[in-house]
Ligand binder design. Structure first.
Ligand code: PGA
Ligand code: ZN
Length: 415
């Protein structure tokens, strides 16, 4: 039985309020915090903000109240136990009654959903990844580390939001993380030498935010870092264009040009033939299913990931599968708002031969549950920023612990 649920307002890594929820059962406790995006997809579930004079309108006291006065009491009264995750999530969906959780707020609902999962794992005295994934859960994801920031995550003129490194050729997660951290520091040195000390200031996700405006300049710096560390065989490059954020009046404003969807397909194909790019996320704006499909067909060896286009929503994902718009799903818990629905999206993706990359948001907290969720899902990849800033490393460090706990049973995802 769930005995008590209590929410409070805390601060996220951007200094804005977010929801934290504590859940108590007879003999278990779970605490979950909710992240928040900056370049959010239009179709994401609703993040409830107060819009009053506190915190520039970003307070979440209404969402907190919705947990403390509505969801908590009613869930406890229902008698549903913490071990019934699907029933808990369905109960909240019915209580909210809207398609985008706009009544109670997805931030309120996710805090409870994840808090309940943690309390259940604690009650059973097993790790969260094992509770959510089962005893055969043994795959560690390839981390996708955002080492160079642009777009809406940085104060520079790079259109592309994220330049990531994926140590897919490492023998295990911990080795991959070490290679990535070494490359991050090599990149810092190169940027400092090339563009001055200000170039190592960082963006929202801990990646450097150099004063560049050309995609190729960012990629060239990254190549120099890989040359310096010698991990050019082991590490591939990924990019999240987050292209909705530079789509204006029907064209894409990038590298001082205005390109059509078709021209963008050529632009990405050129980059993939020049650099060791193995993954591209959100290459087009969030409604351009046709352009996504054209790029996925053009680059069969590249992982094309859908974030804002799908928003972890099975209806939008089903359309993407039907149209072969991408070959991978980006999974963000707070885009959809419950643990159960996120698992539904991942299962749909896997069933249809898609890869899954789990993801943080640009504003995070010290909550490391995303690492456990990623392992439980069996997701091939996890992106959670640079190997710097503790709200990012909280997740990478938790993966180190999970790999250690699994010992020889652990395997490293192949992508
Ligand atoms: P966000 O960015 O958390 O600011 O939405 C992350 C992403 O676009 O993947
Ligand atoms: Zn994205």
């Amino acid at each position: 039985e769930i005995e008590n649920i209590h929410a409070r307002e805390i601060l996220d890594s951007r200094g804005n309020p977010t929801v934290e929820v504590d859940v108590w059962t007879c003999c278990g406790f779970g605490r979950a915090a909710v992240p928040s995006g900056a370049s959010t997809g239009t179709h994401e579930a609703l993040e409830l903000r107060d819009g009053d004079d506190r915190y520039g309108g970003k307070g979440v006291l209404q969402a907190v109240k919705n947990v403390n006065d509505v969801i908590g009491p009613k869930l406890i009264e229902s008698g549903i136990t913490a071990l019934e995750q699907r029933a808990v999530d369905n109960f909240m969906l019915a209580l909210d009654g809207t398609s985008h959780k706009s009544n109670l707020g997805a931030n309120a609902i996710l805090g409870v959903s994840l808090g309940v999962a943690k309390a259940a794992a604690d009650e059973l005295a097993i790790p969260l990844y094992q509770y959510l994934g089962g005893v055969n859960t043994t795959t560690l994801p390839v981390p996708s580390l955002n080492v160079l920031n642009g777009g809406q995550h940085a104060g520079n003129d790079l259109a592309i939001q994220e330049f990531m490194i994926l140590p897919k050729g490492a023998s295990c997660f911990s080795e991959g993380l070490r290679m990535a951290a070494e490359t991050y520091h090599a990149l810092g040195k190169i940027l400092r030498g090339r563009y001055g000390v200000g170039a190592t200031n960082v963006g929202y996700e801990g990646g450097y935010a150099p004063p560049l405006n050309k995609t190729a300049d960012a990629l060239d710096s990254l190549m120099s870092a890989l040359d310096a560390t010698g991990y050019d065989k082991e590490i591939g490059i990924g990019m999240d264009a987050a292209a909705s954020s530079f789509f204006e009046n029907g064209s894409y404003a990038i590298d001082g040009k205005k390109l059509s969807g078709g021209e963008m397909v050529d632009f990405y194909a050129d980059l993939v033939s020049t650099y060791p790019i193995i993954l591209i996320e959100d290459p087009f704006e969030e409604e351009a299913f046709g352009d996504f499909a054209a790029l996925t067909a053009r680059l069969p060896g590249t992982i094309i990931v859908g974030d804002d286009i799908y928003v972890t929503n099975v209806q939008r994902l089903a359309k993407g599968i039907e149209m072969k718009a991408t070959n991978a799903l980006l999974l963000k818990l707070n885009q959809i708002g419950t643990v159960s629905e996120a698992f539904d999206a991942a299962r749909m993706a896997f069933r249809n031969g898609f890869k899954v990359m789990a993801s943080h948001r640009s504003a995070e907290t010290e909550d490391s549950a995303l690492a456990d969720v990623t392992v439980a899902l069996g997701a091939e990849m996890l992106k959670t920023g640079a190997p710097a800033r503790s709200e990012r490393n909280a997740k990478y460090n938790q993966l180190l612990r999970i790999e250690e706990a699994l010992g020889s049973a652990a395997s490293y995802a192949r992508i």
